[in-house]
Structure formats: structure tokens, C-alpha cells
Ligand binder design. Structure first.
Ligand code: NAP
Length: 277
């Protein structure tokens, strides 16, 4: 009699101890009564390929990838989805039965699903979207906003070159604005997104003047520690609909969990509580 294999998955990063993904996936495994395990794996860059090629042999069906390996896995994967190619990074790997590593990026999906969940009345064509920051996460945000149909993205970053590089890649719907002018582009925006690390626990506050925020604007922050950042507090005070960053983390995990464990999980209040525990 052959024993059914128990699917294994996990998150690879360096460091990885801070990751909330193990709590999240274990919550879903328990909720749905599924066999399987999800573990954090701290892997140094020089060992990344060896580890990824070995894991399927040990029963792993896939992994999430986090900082600093999201770009490096693109050079290791055998197949890459269009959205991962567009973003230039992958966060979800599927180990196929034929031994091939399939790479996808679900950050943009997580971002837009969280936004639509938290601000169901937001319309992509409501006005320009202001994106603060042009790092790795901003790439996924910009790609998903363009995909959703926003007419224009006003992109501003401390290091202007990085914003210009995104404009080069993503095209003429992106207008680069000087970082010192960021406070002047909030008026009339349909959406404001903070993709910088400013406002996160242990980082400086976001110093952009926020008095231009208007009540019709939806404001969202990718940061989820704290859940209510200075930006979200100011937006709430201005009467805006606000969406915190935790939902993005939860929703980006859905496609991977479904592929690995065979069940599409719900993102609900119990999921939020489990990830915060
Ligand atoms: P990253 O690639 O390192 O980019 C960091 C961004 O923050 C850059 O735009 C950087 O500007 C800006 N920044 C940092 N310090 C600054 C300062 N003192 N003044 C002005 N700008 C500053 O990081 P990332 O991967 O994009 O992540 C950004 C944030 O999003 C992090 O807080 C991360 O936790 C969060 N995130 C959340 C989720 C989620 O699921 N909710 C997913 C991904 C990321 P420069 O280019 O000038 O350095």
C-alpha cells in the first residue's frame, strides 16, 4: 500500500524570522483540516539555487520567496508568468511534478484585491493615482493599477532615478513628480498609495504634507506594522476611505496556498487575527 505524501511548503528569505506567512498558512491548514506543513527557511543568497533544486526531492510542492531573493529566483526558475516578468520579481514558486520550477508574482493581485475589498466603491477611473515610492513593491502596485485601468499614475520617489526607471518600463501613463512636490499632487487624486517604508515601526515617519487630501480620495498603505500608519490616520481625519496593508499580505498568499494544498482559502477576520497573533 502506498502512503499519500504530505505536501510541504514554506517561505524562503534572509532573514525570515519576522515573516507572518507561517502563521497565516498554518491557520488555513487548520481551518480547512488539510494535511500539510508550512515552514520558514532562512537561506543565504549563495545557497538559494541548491536549496530550491533540493526541496522538491524532500516533498516540497512550492515556496513563497521574500526579501532579498525575489529578484534572484527569476534567474533560477524554469518558467515565469507574464506578471512576474513585468514586475521583475517573483514571490510564489510552484515545484512541478516534472521537476520544473514555475515562478509567479502575486503581490499585484494581493494589492488590488485588498484595495477592492477595503474600498469597494473605488473606481480605477476616479482620477489619477498617486504612488509614493518606487522600490520593489511599487513595481507590483504600478503594474496592477495600470492593469485595473487607472488613467494616470503620479509617481514620486526620494531617488528620482528609480521613478524614472519605472516610467521607462511602464510607459506614458506614468508622470514622475519631484519628491519635494509630493504634497502638491494629492488634491484631485482618486487614490493615494504609500509604497515607501516610511511610517513603519522602526522607520522615520512619512513627512509629506497631507493637507491636500480630499474626502473622496481612497488612501492605502502597504505597511501593516503598525496597522494604522500616520498616513492612514491623517486620511481618516480628512474623511477619506482608508485601507491598511495587512490585507495585501493575506491576499497575495491565496494563489500559492490554493496551488500547493488544493483549497482556495478565504481572507476573513479570523485570517487577519491569525496573521496578527
Ligand atoms: P524597497 O524596495 O527597499 O523600497 C523602499 C522605498 O521606500 C523606496 O521607494 C525608498 O526610496 C523609500 N524610502 C526608504 N527610506 C526613505 C526615506 N528615509 N525617505 C524617503 N523615502 C524612503 O522596499 P519594498 O520591498 O518596495 O517595500 C516597501 C514597503 O512596503 C515596506 O514597508 C514593506 O514592508 C511594504 N510591503 C508590504 C507588502 C504587503 O503585503 N503589505 C508587500 C511588499 C512590501 P529610495 O528609492 O529613495 O530609497
Amino acid at each position: 500500500m502506498s502512503e499519500a505524501k504530505i505536501p510541504l511548503a514554506g517561505v524562503i528569505g534572509h532573514p525570515v524570522a519576522h515573516s507572518r506567512s507561517p502563521r497565516l498558512h498554518r491557520h488555513w491548514l487548520n481551518t480547512y483540516g488539510l494535511p500539510g506543513f508550512y515552514v520558514p527557511m532562512d537561506v543565504a543568497t549563495q545557497d538559494l539555487e541548491t536549496v530550491l533544486r533540493s526541496l522538491p526531492k524532500a516533498g516540497f510542492v512550492g515556496v513563497n520567496v521574500t526579501i532579498p531573493h525575489k529578484e534572484a529566483v527569476m534567474n533560477i526558475a524554469d518558467q515565469i508568468t507574464d506578471r512576474a516578468t513585468l514586475i521583475g520579481a517573483a514571490n510564489t514558486l510552484i515545484f512541478r511534478e516534472d521537476g520544473k520550477i514555475h515562478a509567479d508574482n502575486t503581490d499585484g493581485y494581493g494589492f488590488i484585491t485588498n484595495l477592492q475589498d477595503g474600498a469597494p466603491d473605488w473606481k480605477a477611473d476616479a482620477g489619477p493615482a498617486v504612488v509614493l515610492g518606487a522600490g520593489g513593491a511599487a513595481r507590483a502596485v504600478v503594474a496592477s493599477l495600470l492593469d485595473a485601468g487607472v488613467p494616470e499614475i503620479l509617481l514620486t520617489n526620494r531617488t528620482r532615478n528609480r521613478a524614472e526607471a519605472l516610467k521607462e518600463e511602464f510607459g506614458k501613463k506614468i508622470k514622475v513628480v519631484e519628491w519635494v512636490q509630493a504634497g502638491n499632487i494629492l488634491e484631485g487624486a482618486g487614490l493615494v498609495v504609500n509604497t515607501t517604508s516610511l511610517g513603519m515601526v522602526g522607520k522615520p515617519e512619512l513627512r509629506v504634507p497631507l493637507d491636500g487630501l480630499e474626502a473622496h480620495t481612497v488612501v492605502t498603505d502597504l505597511i501593516y506594522a503598525p496597522l494604522k500608519t500616520g498616513l492612514l490616520q491623517a486620511a481618516e481625519d480628512a474623511g477619506c476611505t482608508t485601507v491598511d496593508g495587512l490585507g495585501m499580505l493575506l491576499h497575495q498568499a491565496v494563489p500559492g496556498f490554493e496551488r500547493w494544498f488544493g483549497q482556495r482559502p478565504e481572507v476573513d477576520n479570523a485570517t487577519r487575527a491569525a496573521a496578527l497573533r
